[in-house]
Write a protein that binds this ligand. Sequence first.
Ligand code: GLA
Length: 401
Amino acid sequence: MKNKILLAASLFFFICAKAQKFEGLALTPPMGWNSWNTFEVNINEDLVKQTADEMVSSGMKDAGYEYLVLDDGWMAMERDSEGNLVPDPKKFPHGMKVLVDYVHSKGLKFGLYNCAGTKTCAGYPGTRGYEYQDARFYASLGIDYLKFDWCFTDGINAKEAYTTMSKALKKAGRPIVFSLCEWGTNKPWLWAENVGELWRTTGDISARFDGYLDHGTWKQSGVMPIVDLQKGLRKYAGPGHWNDPDMLEVGNGMTESEDRSHFSIWCMLAAPLIAGNDIRKMPAATKEILTNKEAIAVDQDKDGIEGFKYKDVDSLEVWVKPLENNAWAVCFLNRSYSPMNINFNWKDEIINDTLFNKTLNAKEHNYSIRNLWMKKDDGNTQKPLKAKLASHDVIMLKLTP
Ligand code: GLA
């Protein structure tokens, strides 16, 4: 009898622990736009409205971009006398609720940013000690997404701090996607599956393909160093809980090939696709990349399996990602500074994903090939793939058995 009671009690606690966050959010990687990569704290009401309008008219919404997220800099420097957060009255003269309603009226969702520490990274009021009050504020505004940063957190336990905020959001009662921005410092992939829907795996991205941008006390990484840091993390991702290699830098200064490679690898990684460019002034080539529905379908595949690097020969990387119905995405990436010739005999490569128990075997099955950037069918796996690939460019394919 005692054992039965113990078993029932542990089951109860297990279910409660599992049920900590809202169920059913972000079953595919979240897609949207965030103000930080281009505007930093220079944000305002007009920018939000124009961006929302443009998300609709540019086809971004139609391609799946859903969340419009204001990053750091939306608040006044102080809370009010009751401890409530206050939107900056100069940047947002009509308050935040009007804007949330505006964004919702466009069929989009709205997100805000804050920080687990005493201040945000840009020095605005942080949430430490105000978790439940802030969560009620967000719910009353009707927001749908919260990015929660990790500055000014000396002496704070990350798992506890993020769990407290997650509980506060749950208690406030409005389903809000919870985006942990803890930079991978405390390995959130090991503890955040039931805390939030996505967690940053690295420090900040910068709009460069390789190398770092050094700020002295901290550095921003280019796209490729960030990609390398994803190694070993795929087993932690899946529907409702994603690794986040940071927001997109497409359209922010890299070459078109580099932007295409960056976007393709984010899709292969089942990464959140959060655009970070000024979409009001987007050149056609940038829009083409961000709204490529066939590439996006790889990212948004319902099985939610993060892809992995299968091979790496002399800076030619071959990335693969199992998709629904035994299909695969395959991406050839030229990381070198010169063009490369690819000669890839499908029949010589039996690709095993032992973690998710999937096999791409062109000896046993014939796969038809779709080129996702050329947007055309391109034969099948009976013949080897022979192609020339420009520096920092990709060939991204979908193989269907
Ligand atoms: C940190 C985050 C960034 C951004 C800034 C805002 O650096 O990692 O993504 O939110 O703070 O200050």
